[in-house]
Write a protein of this length. Structure first.
Length: 159
């Protein structure tokens, strides 16, 4: 009887672990999802009361749902926080790898003004710039490198 109970418990644990793994992969690989870190820059966020002024310890998964940024957090990405806000007029900012870790060599960030008066900064990898700005695509144009200029010919060759 005892080996049967152990076998049933192992099968149940493997089933739960598989379901959680598949769910996490589906959240992370969803269309428009990106890995990010979040911090509070001003005020106190009513949607996320435990959010601090330091960058989040772990990378989170986020995606835009209309005008709302839905951030999934927790070890299994089961906790969902919806940030309803507008991107500040300054748009996307370039950060250094020393400012925020785990997001590549040139992370970028946006600042969201939330309705409760607080301000949240969200950082992501440079490759995820368009996913980071979501419906506010014009904000992605800020802080881009300048386009190369066409060289002027000083002399015209004889034909």
């Amino acid at each position: 009887m005892k080996p049967l109970l152990i076998a049933v418990a192992v099968v149940l644990l493997l089933g739960v672990a598989t379901v959680l793994y598949v769910r996490r992969r589906r959240v992370v690989n969803a269309d428009g999802a990106f890995r990010c870190r979040v911090r509070l820059t001003a005020g106190r966020c009513s949607e996320w009361p435990r959010l601090r002024h330091r960058w989040s310890r772990h990378r989170l998964s986020a995606r835009w749902n209309g005008d709302d940024l839905v951030v999934r957090r927790g070890p299994l990405l089961l906790v969902r926080v919806t940030l309803r806000g507008r991107i500040r007029h300054a748009g996307v900012h370039q950060l250094s790898a020393l400012d925020v870790a785990g997001l590549g060599h040139r992370p970028v960030s946006i600042k969201l003004d939330l309705p409760d008066g607080s301000r949240v900064e969200v950082a992501a990898m440079d490759l995820d710039r368009t996913s980071l700005v979501g419906p506010y695509l014009a904000a992605a144009l800020h802080d881009l490198p300048r386009a190369p200029r066409r060289r002027r010919r000083i002399w015209e060759p004889d034909s």
